[in-house]
Structure formats: C-alpha cells, structure tokens
Write a protein that binds this ligand. Sequence first.
Ligand code: ADP
Ligand code: MG
Length: 698
Amino acid sequence: MRPALLDPLFAPVTTLAGIGPKLAKLLARLLARDDDEARVIDLLFHTPNALIDRRLKPGIAHLPEGAIVTVEGRVDRHQKAPPRSNAPTRVYLHDDTDELMLTFFHAKSDWLDRALPVGEDVVVSGRAEWFNGRPSMVHPDYIVPAAESHTLPEVEPVYPMTGGLSAKVLRRSIENAEARIPDFPDWIDAEIVRRQGFPTLKDALLTLHNPRDETDLDPQSPARRRLAYDEFLAGQLSLALVRSRMRRAKGRPVHPTGALSGKVALPFSLTAGQNEAIAAILADMGKETRMLRMLQGDVGSGKTVVGLMAMLAVVEDGGQAALMAPTEILARQHFDGIAALAESAGVTVRLLTGKTKAKDRRLIEAEIADGSANIVIGTHALFQDNVNYHDLRLVIVDEQHRFGVHQRLKLTAKGAAPHLLVMTATPIPRTLVLAAFGDMDVSNLTEKPAGRKPIQTVTIPLERIGDVVGRLREALTQGKKSYWICPLVEESEAVELMSAEERFETLAKALGPEHVGLIHGRMSSADKDAAMEDFKAGRTRLLVATTVVEVGVDVPDATIIVIEHAERFGLAQLHQLRGRVGRGDEASSCILLYKGPLSETGRARLSVLRESNDGFRIAEEDLKLRGEGELLGTRQSGIPGFRFASLEAHGDILALARKDAAYVVNKDAELMGERGQALRTLLYLFRRDEAIRYLNAG
Ligand code: ADP
Ligand code: MG
C-alpha cells in the first residue's frame, strides 16, 4: 500500500553504505520507535539542535579561549611521549602570529606522522584552549592537508546523541541518507506554499541537515516551518479522516426515560459542572450524528458518575454501554463503584479484562452478545474480535491519552455507530487538544465536589528522608493511610522494580512490616488486587508503589502521599499522583522528595506544584516549561511527540493545517484525487497511515 516512492526511505538503515548491525543497533536506540529497527527516514527526521561553526580563523595568537576555531599552519615538530607512559604526544605548528600546541592522548604515532607530516601545511579545527599561557588544542576534530582545506565543513549540525555513537559517524550516516530523498509530490495547497514561502520538502530536509548559520536552526526559518507544517498536516489529516468516518455513520439518537438514573441512590448531590456535562452528553446523544466528546476533569473531579449517568441513559433506551479503562486495576475499580450503584437500579454490569478466566469469559461474552449485560466495563479485552455486542450504543474511554487513534477506531467499530465519550484526568491545554484530537467537543469539570480540603504540598530534599519517615510513623499511629511512590526509572523497569522492593524493605523495617504493603506493575493482577484490598481495608496503612497507582485509584481515606525523586516525574504526572489523596474530607498532604541540586527549570516546576492545585494551570505551566512532547508524561502516552513542530512556535501553522485538512476531507474524503494521492504519501511519510486503512472500508 505504501507508495513505492517512499520505499528507499523506509528501508532499514543497514541498506546505507557503512552501516552494519552494530551501528544499526545504536541508531535504533537513538531513533527508532518501540521495538522497530531504525529506518532511513528516522535518520532524515533526526533534527539537529545546534551547530558548530568552523569559520572562525583569527590566527594562533588571537584564539579565543574555548571557541571552536580553524587554524592553518606549518607542522614544525612532534614531541613523542616516552613508550608506555601516559603522557600525551605534542605536535607543534605555527602560522604568522604564533605557535600552536596540539595535544594527543594515546594516539598511534604512525597515524600522527601521516596526518601531520613535519614541514607540511595543514588545517586543523577544534576547540581552542590556552594552556600555561600558550595556545593549544586537544584532539582537533579535523586535520586536513592545506591543499584539501575545502573538504573541511564550515558549519556542522549537532544532533542529539546516544552513548557509544560518534558524532562523525552519525553525520556521515545522515549524509548518506540525504541521497535517498526523492522529489515528493506536492501535497500542500499551492497558495499556502506561496504565501508561507515554503521550500519543497526535499529542500527543507536538506537545509535541516546542512544549516549555514544559526538562522537555519530557528523554528521560524522557512525550512523548519515547512517541516512543521507537513507534520501538523499529516496529524490533522489523519484525525480529520478518522472523524469524518466516525461522524459519517449517522448516530442513533438516544431517548432516555430517566427511569434508571432516577432510581440510582447517589451518596452525594451532583455539582453544577457534573450536571452541565451530563446535559451536554444527553443533548449530543439525542442527535442524529454521533457524539464525539471529551470530558476533561482534574483528578477527583468526579468524572465517573457523569459517565455512569450517560450509560444509564443508553440502557434506559434499551442499548448497551461499554466503559474501557487503561489498566486492570482501574477497570476493576470502576466496576466495583458502578456495579454497586447501577445494580441497585436493576441494571446488569459485567467486568471483562484480559485476566477474566476462560469459563467466566464465555459466560460474559454470551451475556454481551444477547444483550443481558447492559453495561460492560473492562480493558482492551472489551474490543477483541470475539466480543460481539447485542446493541452497543455508547463507548466511554477513561484516560484517553493512553489510547491512540487506531484503538479509538477499533472500539467504535463494534456497534452500529456508537456514541463516544472520552474521559481524561490529565487536563490537556486547548492547543494540545486541537493538535492531538482535532475538534472534539469538550466538557470541563472545573469545580471539585464540595467539602474537599486542599492538599498541602511541600518539597523536601532527599537527605531529609529520615524526617519524612518519622512523619509517616506518627501518621501511622494516628491511623492515617499513606502512599509512598517510588522513583520513576526511565531506562529500566527492572531497576525501577528493584528500587521499589528496596524501599519497601527499609520502610517495613522502620515502621513495622505488618503496616506496609507493596504494589508494582510486575505483580500478578491477583496480587495487585490483594495489595489494593489490604490497603483499602486498612490491613496495611502505608502502600509502597511504583507509578501503577498513577491513574484513578480511589482510596478516599488515604491522606499522605510521598513521591520519591519527584524531579524525575512530569508535572502533570506529579499532579495526577497527588490526586490520589485529598479525596475524602480529611486534610491531606503531598511530600515531594527531590534530589538536589535542582536545575532552574526543576525548581520552577516543583514550585508550580507547591503553589497550585489547579490541574489546568499546571498543564499550561508544564507546556511552557518543558514543551508539549513531554507534557503527558513520557511512557506510553499515545500521543506521538512532534519531531519538527512545536505548539509554541508553530501555533499559527497548526491552525492552517487544521483548516486545510478539513477542506481536503470535505472535498475528497477518500483521498482519490491527485492531491489526495499526494496526501496519502504524506500520511505514510509521517507514519499516520493508520487512517488510510479506513478509507474505502465501507
Ligand atoms: P475522577 O474524575 O478522578 O475520575 P472520580 O469519579 O473517581 O474522579 O471521583 C472521585 C471521588 O469523588 C469518588 O469517590 C466519587 O464518589 C466522589 N464524588 C464524585 N462526585 C461527587 C460529588 N458531586 N460530591 C461528592 N463526592 C463526589
Ligand atoms: Mg477516574
């Protein structure tokens, strides 16, 4: 299906000269997504973040300390290190102004003799250093004979690197990849190209890797803007295609009777925000077009009950509703809460996850198929091929950002155009909603249920961990419940696990093993459930956890949360974690244990959290401080980070790309025309081709 034009770009990097399996592995670590191998396109999309300018040639006597310089001179002598000593070899050369000392550690002397023959004119380039008052250079980056000085790059891009990879090798690999760039068909509207002054994509990529000066690195340079536009356009187009498919199938209006929702005995009255959200959802579902709505609400804002009311409305009208959560624990927790309420109104609620036993599964699947299960709650298992719904009218997805567009399509393919409600607890700034989800309708729950006490947040350096343990001991004797969140270890889940187990042991020793529980991602779900149950019931009162408790876990009487190595977490993630407490009517506290010294940004980030309890504000601040790529936390955030585009720098072209995508889908929803075909190439290029699979699909 992929246009043949792109084949050379999607070939593995090993098809390029000079890249063997060892280098390919390094490149995969640097560039590839998930477990994929690195492809030529990944090299071409790898974006330099700085440049080295070698055009500075002030003469040896005037070398500025620390600057990258290029020197032309005549080699005078080599001063070899005595054999088997660690002393460096020095090579001296001079120009009209002074003498330059080159220093080489552990250099092969025959190589030095060849590269720097005495009496010859050479050009060297590298960092100037004044050593004992004399100009010097340690291990020049380049040594070339003066006659070949034109081969020395004047300006070199600098790329993000990974350990073990040399900058030269990476640059050479990218250079080789550049030869593979084809002439792409035009997919941008000619008028936009003209007005924006965009270069062709080929030229933009060539400029990306061959910057002439700092202005070429500027996000506002024509090349960078062109790349950002293409990236946005691919994203917006794939969303628009998905949306048009979702909307095109007409919705079936839902006519609730109120018979069931009236019977549910809620232990509280709904907030105004909850009532508004429910009204908006019922109005959406009453229409002939499908609902596509996002319910955003800070942690603890009470989204679940809104979802419940929406589901009851569907059941009242004789339909089925499904609620999908990202994890087993969350699915079970939703099930526990919702089943208790809904079943009192005579509604049948079932739980289906990957862990459901085969025997139960068959029963539940039968109930789903014959319609006797009114509400089904679960994980991805809800949308496996063998699950067939009798009449699925509403799909609710909790914690949307963990699911990609592809999954979203799959799950709504189950019913006859079911309505879709996505609930997210990570407040997503408006700009990002647009970039990631397009023009979904949005309801916000901005107020917290009444009676919530604010959470007091403090930051404490790790050295004072002893004080914190003391505080927990005191809290334990007062019967309070606490969480201890173990540090996030990006590189290794194994290390993360080890540190959680170690922390568990030291805390168990300090506070009494009978009080302390442990929960982490590698435990079986039965063990996880047991650990959660023990904590809920108060059999343990300190729960040591990895970030598995990150989303949604509800233990209302937990009042303290300690987050170890808080500086390693994203702001939104910290806010999420903090939301595990402050759910009941007791005052709660959040202790951010950090390892100093903090960078300026690091300090600013933690202070945002200390000062604000408002998830929307925190998300906006996070966007400012870190950029949108990391906003949603790093791991498994479903939203692919942008390679070229930045919401901050390129907001104007995002708006343009959205409009253009909408225009295209309106005109040529199947992408069959000439421009449509070109746009298919664009979608493949940016790996947004999942949307293409749904074209012409009925
Ligand atoms: P989230 O939006 O994070 O999913 P939940 O739906 O889990 O929040 O609700 C958090 C807690 O608040 C739950 O214990 C829920 O029963 C309670 N709750 C929800 N709505 C209200 C309300 N209007 N008044 C009081 N408590 C509420
Ligand atoms: Mg929730």
